[in-house]
Design a binder for this molecule. Structure first.
Ligand SMILES: [Zn+2]
Length: 241
């Protein structure tokens, strides 16, 4: 038999497009390392270094360590639901009360101007016409501002749905089979170095973020061993709107 056109593709790795290098912007790939003592170990490494070492700032992360860290991160999120929910609300909802207050103030200004207009509506003469024009223009600006604020309020209602979805996805993660489920919640991992990992939650598009200066929240730490030396990995999440 000749080569079939419909050759079976190898299954896409659950780590595809997960690790991201903040130095060169390339995705991390799975690299197999053979070691006489430990056999084959898998790690995630910067895609720029696949053929030869070109991204010198990046560091690789062992998958075994990563799995343990992900389980710890999930534990931190699950045991701090209020802090997690507040962080999501801060990112997505903004300040709903402040927006509503802004709409109220705009409504008050609009009512005042309408009353002012009504009072001179039937007066004639150039000066009254000029005043009417002025009031109409001001009203227009106020309507535009009100529309904009009301749209922001509507978006913050959608935000409640997004927050619920993110919270639900945390529940769906199965710590006993972490690789099957962690991507529901964790969209990307920024590897500042092997001891500093940030998991992105929410929007996986990180092009507008300063990847080397993300403020991690709901943080934790994990001991790893590299060539007989012990190190502490600091990790945490970043909610990306
Ligand atoms: Zn890189």
């Amino acid at each position: 038999m000749g080569k079939s056109k419909g050759m079976i593709q190898p299954p896409k790795s659950v780590y595809a497009g997960f690790g991201l290098c903040p130095y060169c912007g390339k995705n991390y790939y799975i690299k197999r390392l053979s070691n006489a003592k430990e056999g084959i170990k898998k790690c995630l490494a910067c895609g720029s270094n696949r053929a030869m070492l070109t991204c010198r700032e990046s560091e690789s992360v062992f998958l075994d360590d990563l799995k343990a860290i992900l389980i710890k991160q999930i534990g931190i999120l699950k045991s701090n639901p209020i802090e997690f929910k507040n962080a999501l609300r801060n990112t997505y909802v903004g300040n709903k009360e402040a927006l509503q207050e802004k709409v109220n103030i705009l409504n008050g200004k609009i009512d005042n101007l309408r009353a002012k207009y009504k009072a001179i509506e039937n007066k004639i003469g150039d000066s009254f016409n000029a005043l009417k024009n002025e009031i109409e223009n001001e009203l227009n600006d106020l309507f535009v501002a009100k529309q904009k604020t009301e749209n922001e309020l509507l978006t913050s209602n959608d935000a409640e749905i997004v927050i619920k979805q993110i919270f639900d996805s945390l529940d769906k993660i199965n710590e006993d089979n972490i690789e099957e489920s962690f991507r529901i919640l964790f969209k990307r991992m920024i590897v500042k170095n092997r001891l500093d990992l940030t998991f992105i939650i929410g929007n996986e598009n990180v092009t507008n973020l300063n990847l080397l200066d993300l403020k991690k929240i709901l943080v934790g730490s994990h001991q790893i061993k590299v060539r007989a030396q012990h190190y502490t990995v600091k990790f945490g999440i970043f909610i990306n709107k």
